[in-house]
Design a binder for this molecule. Structure first.
Ligand SMILES: [Zn+2]
Length: 429
């Protein structure tokens, strides 16, 4: 391991978390915000309404309305916006809670998020590109700590799915098709290349979405990344690589199985509907198929549950304990999403809960929500935390007048308890 990585890790492990709470902050202590490893369960969302969340011991930080971060107390389910500024209306850039983040996590008592923005300096707009920012767990003291683009807003990077992760004190981030590692807060010029070939900019600002999509993951001493590898016939396949953070070796460990091995499913031969890597296995759900796992050591794939007996189509979120499966289905309209990204799903009134060994645990009905809201069109899974499954219910209505459509937004963050089946409506926007 290079000295600088080792130094960053040691510093990260030795530094004590200090509670930060000034007069404009909220009363959330740093001990509630511990974190070191990549958090798997909160990276499972199936809805764009709620893509970024991070769980701490007592609470959950969650970005809603595309920009504002809230804190949910896990036991009481009370929700507080992450801004303690007196008289703030929480509706513009001056609000402490406004992160407009792409990715959210905790490390060493600080909230970290990733964003790209232009700052006005001496009357000029200065583009720094995408950077990682830190903030205190109470929403105060935002500052940029690490660059993520060698060339700010560089041409070929513009359309890539480049959500970085922080795992054990190291930031992993893709840039122009290449995956890099850099100790958190380090100088981008010191970033180490892990995998991939740089894609040349052609000035068109258009890249191949499939070629540029990385999905990153951390588990113990391993950092995994799923990429869409082009096959000899010009098609793309979800392919998983394992970067061993100790030996620094990168190995291809899995690719999406063929229909001859696991049967037909919604995106046969291309990508799985949802996946989760834990302890040397990849667990995956195939909408239109079943629930499987592959041993990343020997490549052996086995079916864990015949989920199609409960619902043919669906979307899923995993945790270290559960597969939570919603019986929603693909919308009839097409989707322009890149391979590996879920298409638009609608409906969903039942969640089927399985153990990671494939055992069927419980069926949870959401029908009472549909009874309560006439206009409820879909429920979408966000993540599972302990025995709570968080989801977004969308009861928005489109009205038409004189040929002009107006969308009246009405969405709810809800939570259903696996043990009791009780549904809590947590926040409405
Ligand atoms: Zn505010």
């Amino acid at each position: 391991m290079p000295k600088r990585l080792l130094a960053a890790l040691s510093a990260a492990l030795l530094t004590l978390s200090l509670a930060a709470c000034d007069r404009d902050g909220l009363n959330i202590s740093a001990t509630q915000a511990a974190g070191e490893d990549f958090q798997k369960n909160t990276h499972q969302s199936t809805t764009s309404e709620l893509r970024y969340a991070y769980e701490t011991e007592d609470g959950i930080y969650i970005q809603l309305k595309g920009a504002y971060v809230y804190y949910i107390d896990k036991s009481t389910k009370s929700v507080t916006i992450l801004c303690g500024k007196p008289e703030c209306e929480h509706n513009d850039d001056t609000c402490n809670a406004r992160l407009a983040a792409r990715s959210l996590c905790f490390y060493n008592g600080k909230l970290y998020y990733f964003n790209g923005d232009k700052l006005i300096e001496n009357g000029q707009a200065v583009d720094y590109g995408d950077r990682i920012y830190s903030a205190n767990p109470d929403g105060t003291d935002h500052k940029a700590v690490q660059k993520l683009e060698f060339t700010p807003s560089g041409d070929t990077n513009a359309f890539a799915d480049k959500e970085p992760i922080i795992h054990r004190g190291v930031t992993y981030f893709p840039y122009c098709g290449v995956l890099y590692a850099l100790p958190l807060g380090g100088d981008i010029e010191d970033a180490e290349k892990i995998w991939g070939d740089e894609i040349e900019a052609d000035g068109s600002h258009m890249g191949n979405l499939n070629r540029l999509t990385y999905k990153l993951w951390g588990d113990g001493n391993h950092v995994y990344f799923m990429v869409n590898l082009e096959q000899s016939d010009g098609t793309y396949k979800d392919t998983l690589f394992d970067y061993d953070t100790i030996s620094k070796e990168t190995t291809q460990v899995w690719e999406v199985p063929g229909a001859d091995e696991v049967g037909q499913w919604e995106t046969t031969g291309v990508s799985v509907s949802q996946w989760y890597v834990l302890g040397g296995y990849i667990y995956f759900y195939l909408s239109g198929g079943d629930f499987w796992r592959s041993d990343l050591g020997n490549g052996k794939t086995e079916k864990l549950a015949d989920t199609h007996e409960k619902t043919e189509y669906g979307s899923a979120v995993f945790s270290d304990d559960y597969l939570c499966l919603m019986n929603d289905g693909p919308e009839e309209t097409g989707s322009s999403a890149a391979i590996g990204n879920p298409s638009d799903y609608i409906g969903g009134d039942t969640i089927y809960v399985y153990g990671l060994d494939g055992s069927f645990i419980k069926e949870l009905s959401l029908k009472s929500l549909y009874d309560q809201f006439d206009t409820l069109e879909s429920c979408k899974l966000a993540f599972c935390s302990g025995s709570d499954i968080y989801f977004v219910a969308d009861a928005s209505v489109q009205t038409w007048s004189g040929g002009v459509g107006t969308m009246i937004r009405n969405r709810f963050l809800c939570c259903v308890d696996i043990d009791t089946g009780e549904i809590a409506q947590i926040y409405n926007w």
